[in-house]
Design a protein around this ligand. Structure first.
Ligand SMILES: [Zn+2]
Length: 332
């Protein structure tokens, strides 16, 4: 790789010679090409903390890809200091090239070993390789372990930026991570209460990382993103890379509204009717007694007035989740 060539994204997608996969940048950072769209960077001075940043797990969610590519360029150009180990993953390269969310199967439903059940999907082998790359990276970690999987959403959201905290089993929630998310201008956090086949659940469960799926705004094509809307996450990531020891104000209960899933709305048959507008925003409040959906004898009615709808999608196949009803939560 020539030093003046700083577009990591196009380079890692089409490396000229993946055999010579390690090089040193002028900025004193060692770089290793691990796979298409997978690059590890390490400062020459010993670094304790390990950070995995992923984007493009959904190929049409372009703004986070552009944010990470610019961060890589600034590290390579010596404009941004790197004081932690960094693994950058651009997830679904084939879908990114076509501007699609996925080709055969939603990649963020294929982690945690689920790829083995969809062997015919083009995303399956890639998800398995990304799991391995993440596991190898965190196996060499000495200090803290972080994974932020960056996404944008299909629909608008009452809380434009929100985080999903994977189910932790017996581990406690990390309040300093909630403080960091607040510094990214994340507006709310959904606490998952069961395992999922997402990338962030995999690294949380199997790599003991503080891992989150971050939904950072609405998905748009390459070049049509207003990157100023992503300034909060961009600046917070740059601070973390340059000063992983930074002090943040401690998190107090109520600093962020928290939600947890109450139940899934399941589409049982083609008779399923969702009584919400096609463009209803995520986290739209559901008035007490509101008939959310019905499907034959199944009726989903909102209770209490503080429930909200998340990820509504009436077009899924029967038997699948057509939305999640969430309710306010507190840290246990
Ligand atoms: Zn996504």
């Amino acid at each position: 790789m020539r030093e003046h060539h700083h577009d990591f994204l196009s380079w890692t997608m089409n490396p000229a010679s993946p055999a010579s996969a390690e090089w040193q940048l002028h900025s004193g950072v060692r770089a290793r090409w691990l796979d298409y769209g997978v690059v590890e960077l390490e400062p020459l001075a010993a670094a304790d903390d390990s950070l995995l940043l992923s984007s493009g797990v959904h190929g049409n969610e372009t703004a986070p890809i552009e944010v990470l590519n610019a961060i890589l360029a600034d590290i390579a150009g010596g404009r941004l200091a790197l004081r932690c180990r960094l693994l950058v993953i651009f997830g679904n390269l084939d879908a990114m090239r076509l501007g699609k969310r996925y080709l055969d199967y939603d990649m963020n439903r294929l982690f945690n070993g689920a790829h083995a059940r969809q062997p015919e999907a083009r995303e399956a082998a890639r998800a398995a390789r990304l799991e391995q790359a993440a596991a190898d990276f965190f196996a060499s970690a000495r200090g803290r372990r972080w994974h932020y999987d960056l996404h944008t959403a299909i629909r608008g959201s009452v809380f434009e930026k929100f985080a999903i905290y994977p189910y932790l089993h017996e581990r406690p929630h990390n309040r300093s991570q909630l403080a960091w998310l607040k510094s990214c201008q994340v507006e709310t956090v959904l606490l998952h209460s069961q395992p999922a086949n997402t990338f962030s659940y995999f690294t949380s469960r199997h790599c003991q990382a503080d891992a989150f799926t971050l939904e950072l705004g609405k998905a748009r094509p390459f070049g049509q993103n207003d990157l100023s809307r992503f300034a909060g996450i961009d600046q917070a990531l740059r601070r973390l890379l340059a000063e992983p020891e930074q002090e943040l104000p401690s998190y107090r209960d109520g600093d962020l509204p928290l939600f947890q899933a109450k139940y899934d709305i399941v589409k049982h048959s083609e008779a399923f009717r969702l009584h919400l507008a096609d463009d209803v925003e995520n986290f739209t409040a559901l008035p007490d007694g509101f008939l959310i959906a019905e499907d034959g004898e199944h009726r989903y009615v909102a209770v209490g007035g503080d429930e909200r709808i998340l990820f509504p999608n009436p077009t899924v196949k029967p038997g699948l989740r057509a939305g999640i009803v969430v309710a306010p939560a507190r840290l246990p």
